[in-house]
Design a protein around this ligand. Structure first.
Ligand code: BTN
Length: 261
């Protein structure tokens, strides 16, 4: 790893007490993962102004013009019982949602499993990668214009700056996000998962609605979402029969009325 261009030390308990800031890296997730051999790096955050090989979900790439976005990864070593994909994704997406709400004074929503939407458009994506540690990577659009998104064939993306109507300080946005990541992680470590599940469900906006659940193995279930927790989802099918699914089986989960079905 090359030397960072700057180092922040924030008064946080779990996440971001050290932030290594780079002008450019391949991928902040890759840099964070390279620190995972040493448990002393727990909570270290990597922040970059640009990435040459930013990674997205399902092997896709993640591109953002230099200085336009928060490109952040944090390295954590949660105890085994907390290494649950849905919980870790909820932690990161809820921290993004709180950041978005603080800046824009609008309530965002979550799109299963890892997107944060504002006005129905994607403002942020999260990529959790688990190896020796857990790397939570977050891309948050801050200053792109709708014209810039259209030029790169991303008409369904939005930035915070375009909503508030003025350019925003990307590093200040990153600090705010790190604060929320730290506070929510503290809540998790204290075992306050129910409150987190409630917030997650409220932003997913799927409970008690008719949903389509598409699994990674290609199976599709339709039914009313009766319960969604970090451990299982329960659907009631049109014939009344129940289906229980583990969140990590589910590739997409959407309300049927949103899909026009
Ligand atoms: C998605 O596909 O929606 C997830 C995108 C995650 C992108 C972020 S940018 C910072 C971090 N570093 C990466 O290489 N990817 C994540």
């Amino acid at each position: 790893m090359s030397l960072p261009d700057d180092l922040w030390e924030l008064p946080h308990c779990h996440v971001g007490h050290q932030v290594l800031v780079f002008r450019s890296v391949t991928s902040t997730n890759e840099v964070a993962a390279s620190l995972a051999d040493d448990l002393a790096h727990a909570g270290v955050a990597i922040l970059a102004e640009s990435q040459s090989a930013g990674r997205g979900q399902y092997g896709r790439s993640w591109f953002a013009p230099p200085g336009s976005s928060v490109l952040l990864s944090v390295l954590m070593f949660p105890p085994p019982e907390l290494r649950r994909p849905a919980l870790l994704t909820a932690w990161a997406t809820l921290a993004v949602a709180q950041t978005v709400q603080t800046i824009c004074h609008e309530v965002p929503s979550l799109k299963w499993p890892n997107d944060v939407l504002l006005r129905g458009k994607k403002v942020s994506g999260v990529l959790i990668e688990q190896g020796r540690g857990v790397v939570a990577g977050i891309g948050l659009n801050v200053n792109q214009t709708s014209e810039e998104f259209a030029k790169v064939q991303l008409p369904c993306a939005i930035s915070l700056g375009s909503v508030v109507g003025q350019p925003l300080d990307v590093f200040a946005t990153a600090r705010l996000l790190l604060g929320y990541l730290d506070r929510l992680y503290d809540q998790i470590m204290r075992g306050q998962l129910t409150d987190l599940e409630v917030q997650w469900n409220s932003l997913l906006r799927l409970l008690h609605r008719e949903v389509l659940a598409e699994l990674f193995d290609g199976t599709v279930f339709r039914g009313q979402l009766i319960q969604a927790s970090f451990d299982f989802l329960q659907l009631k099918r049109p014939d009344g029969s129940p289906v229980s699914l583990r969140p990590e089986q589910v590739k997409s989960l959407s309300a049927c009325d949103m899909l026009g079905r």
